[in-house]
Design a binder for this molecule. Structure first.
Ligand code: ATP
Ligand code: SKM
Length: 302
């Protein structure tokens, strides 16, 4: 079919796939002029995941002649095209950037939710600087690790430093900040994060978080040392408690990125099948929704 369509229409230049069962097929200007072809595209996008993690999408294309539009369909069939997540990320960032207007992005979420991993991807594609508030605190306290700071100076000292770091960052634009898991607890931190920034919550199921943390060990995360058991059990117990305590705080974020929802949309059975890039794309989408709402309200004078 791919050859058939290409032959009938001559050089279709590219096929673009959206993430919500939408897509478009674009043709070269020359092809349009030469063939005066009116193209009727009916797209059908069942998402398939193949074993090598490269997804392909079935696209049914119907075409009819421009000069005889009522004439029957020229060709129908399906094209398999690779799902290029890097391209989709770039396109999404270009779409969102004008609305962002230089606002920073503050990623919040429980330990291990991917703030650093996703944050680096976002900063790279947007051309923003990336920083990690835990790392900035460590630098301020003579290179001491978070775990050592907790042990030597206690949690309240750490929280004070965290607020100072967020205050310092709050005057800057074009940053992607990976915040500490507990940064959402203090109201003053919200004032700093939202001064020139948008707060995005990475909402990851507890079991997935515990799995990720167990894979790297709990030694660098002092708040996980209160429980007994193997690393997975320790992490799961403590994270459940922390989510109970902080759930309302995370929910105050301007945008929420739910891994369960993305997995559902993409037809994955498990959130662990999601790539960090897919999560970054969803983050941009949710930021766009938020900014458009804000824009609409400002125009409406609300
Ligand atoms: N989408 C993902 N799928 C699988 N593993 C991931 C994903 N995102 C991050 N990870 C892994 O989970 C662990 C935690 O990720 P990361 O450091 O980005 O989270 P974080 O929110 O910054 O954590 P913390 O707040 O504890 O610093 C890392 O080992 C990382 O490689
Ligand atoms: O969830 C938390 O309270 C923490 C998360 C980490 O990022 C560090 O900021 C520190 O270990 C505390």
């Amino acid at each position: 079919m791919e050859a058939g369509v290409a032959c009938k229409l001559n050089y279709p230049t590219w096929i673009r796939f959206g993430r919500k069962s939408t897509g478009s097929l674009r043709f070269d200007r020359i092809a349009k002029q030469e063939h005066k072809t009116r193209v009727v595209v009916s797209a059908h996008f069942p998402v398939q995941t193949s074993s090598n993690r490269h997804r392909s999408v079935s696209l049914e294309v119907s075409c009819s002649s421009y000069t005889n539009f009522s004439a029957s369909t020229m060709e129908t069939g399906s094209i398999h095209a690779p799902y290029d997540e890097a391209l989709m990320l770039k396109n999404k960032s270009l779409e969102v950037e004008p609305y962002l207007n230089g606002h920073s992005i503050y990623l919040v979420g429980l330990m291990g939710s991917g703030k650093t991993t996703v944050g680096k991807i976002l900063s790279h594609v947007l051309g923003y600087s990336f920083c990690d508030s835990d790392t900035l605190i460590e630098q301020e306290v003579n290179g001491m690790s978070v775990a050592e700071i907790f042990k030597l100076h206690g949690e309240s000292f750490f929280r004070k430093k965290e607020t100072e770091v967020l205050q310092r960052l709050s005057s800057k634009k074009q940053l992607v900040v990976s915040t500490g898991g507990g940064a959402v607890v203090l109201d003053v931190n919200w004032d700093y994060m939202q001064k020139k920034g948008i707060v995005v919550w990475l909402d990851v199921p507890l079991e997935a978080l515990a799995q990720r943390i167990a894979a790297v060990g709990t030694h660098s995360r002092p708040l996980l040392h209160y429980e007994d058991g193997d690393p997975y059990t320790k992490a799961l117990k403590r994270l459940s408690y922390l989510l109970e305590q902080r759930g309302k705080n995370y929910a105050k974020a301007n945008a929420r990125v739910s891994l369960e929802e993305i997995a559902g949309k993409l037809g994955y059975r498990d959130v662990s099948d999601l790539t960090p890039t897919e999560i970054a794309i969803e983050a941009l989408e949710q930021i766009e929704v938020y900014l458009k709402e804000e824009d609409g309200m400002a125009i409406a004078g609300l």
